[in-house]
Design a protein around this ligand. Structure first.
Ligand code: PBG
Length: 300
């Protein structure tokens, strides 16, 4: 279950582009995480929405940054919850790109790796069980692995967004975290939507660099890629049903054109059928409610 954490306290603020999703401050987030733990949900993915942004995304690396504090609090109060953190600079940079940008506006891959791996290390130090780099710089899995290992975090796992397409379906998310790029697009580091052979190449690279999980993203428009990944790779395959996939179902249900719960179950089932071992989805809580109501009906 993904969450967006903001500075402040007692905050539970709706996100306009994503119905039933909220910005939480650390205190309210911990309460929500407790609640969903009690519903049977066992892992969360944390995104930070910082107040301050700058050219280099410095807030991302602070030991007392919002994500770092959220992770510490969750691990203190709900220790059994598996905590995954998103590792990427786009929510923290003033230009909204996922890495460091030079004077000509180009994202500089290797310089970005240093920042990305420091960010991952600070999440590990806060207690994250798994770090999930979504920046799409080349070589970041091995850069993060060596920084973590050198500091004694050999047990922190890496969930790599190995195959992340330059998709229009991230739109509602970019509204939620204010990370739309100020210039250009993400096509120099995210993947061409028409290319499937490159997906296999990206998977092999990340496996060789030491990834523990491989993610395909988005999910529904890329079921063929999930299926191919499943047959080519023995690591756990993770699929991310992204914000646009979620919000388009919600919006069409609001208009009365589609049954939301049925569409949720059908899309999640298709992602599972394609070969995903784990699914990241904004429907997680609703799905647990539906499943729990089935099982309580059965036992009555
Ligand atoms: C950060 C990141 C994005 C998403 C996850 N991590 C946005 C992007 O690449 O622009 C998208 C998630 C979603 O749409 O639900 N790079």
């Amino acid at each position: 279950m993904p969450f967006f954490v903001v500075d402040g306290s007692k905050i539970v603020e709706s996100i306009a582009s994503m119905p039933n999703m909220f910005h939480y401050s650390v205190d309210t987030l911990v309460q929500e995480v407790k609640d969903i733990y009690n519903m049977g949900i066992r892992s969360v993915l944390i995104f930070g929405v910082p107040q301050k942004k700058d050219e280099k995304g410095s807030e991302a690396l602070r030991a007392d940054g919002i994500v770092q504090r959220a992770v510490q609090e969750i691990k203190a109060k709900v220790p059994e919850m598996v905590v995954i953190t998103d590792v990427c600079l786009c929510a923290y940079t003033s230009h909204g790109h996922c890495g460091i940008v030079d004077e000509k506006g180009r994202v500089i891959n290797d310089v970005s790796l240093t920042h990305i791996s420091k960010m991952a290390l600070s999440h590990a130090k806060s207690g994250a069980d798994i770090v999930a780099p979504s920046d799409m710089m080349d070589g970041r899995v091995s850069a993060i692995r060596s920084v973590l290992d050198n500091d004694g975090y050999e047990d922190t796992a890496i969930l790599s967004y190995a195959v992340k397409y330059a998709s229009c379906f991230y739109g509602p998310f970019r509204d939620a975290v204010g990370s739309a790029p100020a210039f250009g697009d993400r096509k120099t580091y995210q993947m061409d939507i028409s290319n499937v052979r490159e997906a296999v190449k990206e998977i092999c690279l990340d496996v060789n660099e030491g990834a523990d999980f491989i993610m395909i993203k988005p999910a529904l428009p890329y079921l063929d890629v999930i299926s191919k990944a499943r047959s080519r790779c023995d690591l756990p395959i993770v699929a991310y049903q992204v914000s646009g996939e979620y919000s388009m179902i919600c919006a069409s249900a609001e208009k009365g054109w589609i049954d939301k719960d049925k569409a949720m179950i059908e899309t999640l089932t298709s992602i599972k059928r394609a070969g995903a071992d784990l699914i990241i989805t904004y429907f997680t809580k609703r799905y647990a409610e539906v499943v729990n109501s089935y099982s309580s009906r059965k036992t009555k």
